[in-house]
Design a protein around this ligand. Structure first.
Ligand code: HEC
Length: 507
């Protein structure tokens, strides 16, 4: 820290002595930031009209990209270019600053959350859709290119509406059990509740500063959010997005941890979270029959802590939710018996499996789990009865998303993490366990994230570009039936497949 500050000072002192010291004797980057950026990105860099500018939040923005953004601005957004106003060194100092952690972790408790809460729609809205399309065969399409979402009719493949979201939605959106409401979480910690039937944003609340993902309970009553910053988990009442509880994530010695992910385990009536910096899994029951509740009947959300031998970065449940298979840094998968609360076996998973995107199907009478791999060109198929590897299916390169549907014999996997062939989607036969076809939806452009219609007859693939599109395939003939322009459609989520927990999609 001292060294990098000194370096920063040297750079600034040599070149821009005048701007180095602000009135209070602050270091240049800070003064430049306050003068030029704070109005939009917040005095404390926690975000305001513009996104938060903190190292954790900027994980996906490479430094040269940051320099370019500050110099040139971003077209069609409020982000102005500073290339005319600031020198190269000043822009460098600002870049250095935004990748420097804050000296102290900002407070983000119930009080801050409540202050942030916005009620867009207070009254009761009609209990039926305002459109004719099948409300269960809609897709919610997240468009990262300009931070919008589209509600798409999954029969006609026509957009019904399109609306602005918070900056950089993170993790897939989650649905209420009837499919009426969709909940979004953003990278900067904003949670939004949207009424699909009425096409209206209901309310929003900021529950963290850097958020990983969110889960909604199978009874639709609670949302749980996993944060990277601060090291907390938050429970919301889904009716009005008011906070019910903030949980500090710490081990027995007081060491705190980021939360890797939280998922709903419907048959267990609980949320399950993996921690990034502590080798533990936490389970939070919302089953009013068995868990402690307060005077209003709200579960206490006390974690049941499962202490493990190794960290979990990512995980997956078996069909019964009795087992959790988690990947850890060393390429070893741990299989954890959730009732016994301990590891029962391990599976060697080469490279870096992306279990969060894993899917299951029946292969020769037994359930198998298939996961793409973030580092190697392989899809690993694991027998979920013996926990042995059934097959390693070679692919063109490392992938990210994998999808299928009960009504199709194929699984679709991308080459999203590859260095070449990123425009390819590979089709795997679920019974032959091999690649049987290869699609190039838009040659030269990155293709990713497949999702099926409710009946599994059509597959929808994203072209991951600012001027991208959705490419709709007949899932049987593998022919393109339609293309719909979209702004970097990062993901699309079919209401029915999500609320019915289709085995072909992640939850
Ligand atoms: C008038 C408001 C405004 C000002 C002033 C402003 N920004 Fe921004 N900035 C934005 C907005 C809005 C975005 C999001 C743009 C988008 O949608 O991609 C943004 C985006 C960025 C990003 C990209 C963040 C990411 O997650 O990709 C960086 C980096 C950034 N700004 C740095 C700065 C710096 C440094 C300054 C001061 C020199 C500054 N900005 C001044 C509004 C502003």
């Amino acid at each position: 820290m001292g060294a990098s500050l000194n370096k920063l000072l040297l750079v600034l002192l040599g070149l821009h002595a005048a701007s180095v010291l602000a009135a209070g004797g602050e270091i240049g980057g800070h003064a430049l930031y306050q003068a030029n950026c704070a109005s939009c990105h917040g005095a404390d860099r926690l975000g305001s009209n513009g996104p938060a500018l903190l190292p954790g939040n900027l994980e996906r923005l490479r430094r040269p990209e940051a320099v370019k953004t500050i110099s040139e601005g971003r077209i069609a957004t409020q982000m102005p270019g500073f290339g005319d106003k600031l020198s190269t060194e000043q822009i460098k100092a600002l870049t250095e600053l935004i990748y420097t952690p804050l000296a102290t972790t900002p407070e983000w408790g119930v009080k801050e959350m409540q202050t942030s809460r916005i009620v867009h729609q207070a009254g009761k809205l009609p209990d039926q859709p305002v459109f004719k399309a099948d409300p269960l065969n809609l897709f919610v399409v997240v468009e990262l290119g300009d931070h919008h979402a589209t509600i798409l009719d999954g029969d006609k493949f026509e957009p019904i509406t399109r609306f602005a979201t918070r900056y950089a939605l993170h993790g897939g959106p989650k649905f209420s059990p009837d499919g009426r409401y969709v909940y979004f979480a953003s990278r900067d910690g904003w949670v939004a509740k949207y009424d699909i039937w009425n096409l209206k944003l209901i309310s929003e609340i900021r529950v963290g500063i850097n958020t990983r993902n969110m889960a909604v309970s199978s009874d639709g009553r609670y949302a749980m959010i996993a944060n990277y910053l601060p090291h907390t988990m938050v429970v919301l009442d889904t009716r009005d997005l008011t906070p019910i509880k903030v949980i500090d994530v710490k081990d027995d010695s007081g060491k705190s941890s980021r939360v890797s992910a939280v998922y709903d385990a419907a048959p267990r009536k609980s949320f399950i979270a993996a921690l990034k910096d502590i080798p533990e899994v936490w389970e939070f029951s919302y089953d009013e029959q068995i868990t402690q509740t307060n005077s209003t009947g709200t579960p206490s959300f006390q974690p049941r802590r499962l202490r493990l031998e190794d960290y979990l970065d990512d995980f997956f449940f078996d069909g019964s939710y009795k087992h959790l298979i988690g990947s850890s840094r060393g390429g070893v998968g741990q299989v954890i018996d959730l009732d016994a609360g301990k590891k029962i076996t391990s599976v060697t998973l080469p490279g870096m499996p992306h279990l969060g995107s894993g899917i299951t199907w029946d292969y020769q009478g037994k359930p198998v789990l298939a996961t793409p791999n973030l580092k190697e060109g392989v899809v690993t198929v694991v027998d979920m009865t013996s926990w042995k590897i059934e097959k390693q299916i070679p692919t063109l390169g490392p992938g990210f998303f994998m999808r299928s549907h009960e009504n199709t014999p194929y699984a679709w996997v991308d080459v999203f993490n590859g260095t070449k062939d990123r425009d390819v989607i590979q089709i795997i036969d679920k019974q032959k366990l091999e690649v049987i076809a290869q699609l190039r939806p838009s040659p030269g452009k990155v293709a990713a994230h497949t999702e099926f219609t409710r009946d599994g007859k059509y597959a929808v693939v994203s072209i991951w570009e600012n001027d991208g599109e959705l490419v709709i395939y007949d899932a049987q003939t593998l022919q393109v039936v339609k293309r719909i322009p979209m702004k970097k459609p990062s993901g699309k989520y079919n209401v029915f497949n999500k609320i019915s927990r289709s085995a072909g999609t992640s939850h």
